[in-house]
Design a protein. Structure first.
Length: 201
C-alpha cells in the first residue's frame, strides 16, 4: 500500500536565499536518509493555501512512523521551521480504483489536483462514478488521473484526485472543455462537498 506524505508551507520573506541553500545542501539529502523518499516538490500556481508542496512516500505506515520519529527528522524540521510559515501536512493512503504499490517521481509535469469530501452515504455510488465516468472522461479531456488518495492523518478535504498533464496549455484547455465542466458539475452536485482544486508546477 502506497503512503503519500504531503507537506505544505510558504517561505518567510527575506530569507529566500538562506532557505534555498538549506533545502539543497542539507534538507534533501538528510530527509532521504530518514527513509522518506522524496517524489515531488511543487509550487501552487493556481489555488488557495501555502505555495510550496513537498511530497514524499513510503511503502507502509511502519516505515513512515520510524522516519518521522527519528532524531534526524526532528532536528531537520527544527532547522526548517524558522525559514517557513503556514506549515501543515497530510498523510494519505492510496484509495482505489487505481492500484499502486510504489509511487515514483514524475519529471516535467504539471499537476491538476482536486480535493473534496465524499457526501455521507454516497461512498459506493462515488466509487462506481469514478470507475465508469470520472476517470475515463478526465483522460479524454487530457488529464491523466495518476492516483486517488484519502487522508488518514491531517485535516480535510479528505480525498485527493491527483491529475497529471505535460503542459500548462493542455491543462487550461482541458478544464475549459464542456465535457470537463459537465463532469465536475455532476461530481459536485451528486457525490462530494467542500470541493477545491489547484494547479501545481
Amino acid at each position: 500500500m502506497a503512503i503519500l506524505f504531503a507537506q505544505h508551507w510558504d517561505v518567510v520573506e527575506n530569507v529566500e536565499k538562506k532557505y534555498e541553500e538549506f533545502i539543497l545542501s542539507k534538507y534533501i539529502p538528510t530527509y532521504q536518509k530518514t527513509g522518506l523518499r522524496i517524489t515531488g516538490a511543487y509550487y501552487v500556481v493556481v489555488g488557495h493555501g501555502p505555495r510550496i508542496i513537498g511530497v514524499s512516500t513510503t511503502e507502509d505506515l511502519l516505515t513512515f512512523q520510524k522516519a518521522v520519529t527519528s532524531d534526524e527528522y526532528s532536528d531537520l524540521m527544527e532547522e526548517l521551521f524558522p525559514l517557513i510559515r503556514n506549515y501543515n501536512s497530510r498523510l494519505y493512503k492510496s484509495f482505489g480504483p487505481i492500484k499502486i504499490d510504489r509511487y515514483e517521481m514524475q519529471f516535467d509535469v504539471w499537476k491538476f489536483n482536486q480535493y473534496f469530501n465524499i457526501i455521507p452515504g454516497m461512498e459506493k455510488d462515488f466509487r462506481k462514478f469514478l470507475d465508469e465516468e470520472f476517470i475515463p472522461r478526465m483522460e479524454r479531456v487530457g488529464i491523466r488521473v495518476t492516483n486517488i488518495w484519502k487522508v488518514i492523518i491531517g485535516s480535510g478535504p479528505f480525498v485527493l484526485v491527483e491529475g497529471t498533464g505535460y503542459r500548462i496549455e493542455d491543462l487550461a484547455k482541458a478544464i475549459a472543455a464542456d465535457d470537463y465542466r459537465a463532469l465536475t458539475r455532476t461530481l459536485k452536485s451528486r457525490y462530494v462537498s467542500d470541493y477545491q482544486s489547484k494547479i501545481l508546477a
